[in-house]
Design a protein. Structure first.
Length: 86
């Protein structure tokens, strides 16, 4: 248990940051799943819209929740899948 005022504050700040990071991570996963479902169904319009939303969420989490290169790789792979829909 923390005894100093600063260490108590750090615990509170860490809890808040964890909550934000977890929600960001969850939002990225949800957006990614929506893209994959749209691609699987073959709906190009829905997949394109979903990729736009997913890209926004992934880039917002880049550098915070995940490394920037991983974010770029995720976006690239999702856009490739959407582009393959005929």
């Amino acid at each position: 248990m923390a005894n100093h005022k600063s260490s108590k504050k750090r615990i509170l700040v860490t809890e808040k940051k964890n909550a934000v990071n977890n929600s960001r991570r969850s939002a990225v996963k949800t957006a990614t799943k929506k893209v994959l479902v749209a691609v699987k169904s073959g709906d190009k319009a829905a997949a394109t819209a979903a990729v736009r939303v997913a890209e926004s969420k992934i880039m917002k989490s880049a550098g915070k929740v995940m490394p920037k290169k991983r974010a770029a790789r995720k976006i690239s792979r999702l856009t490739k899948k959407v582009a393959k829909i005929a």
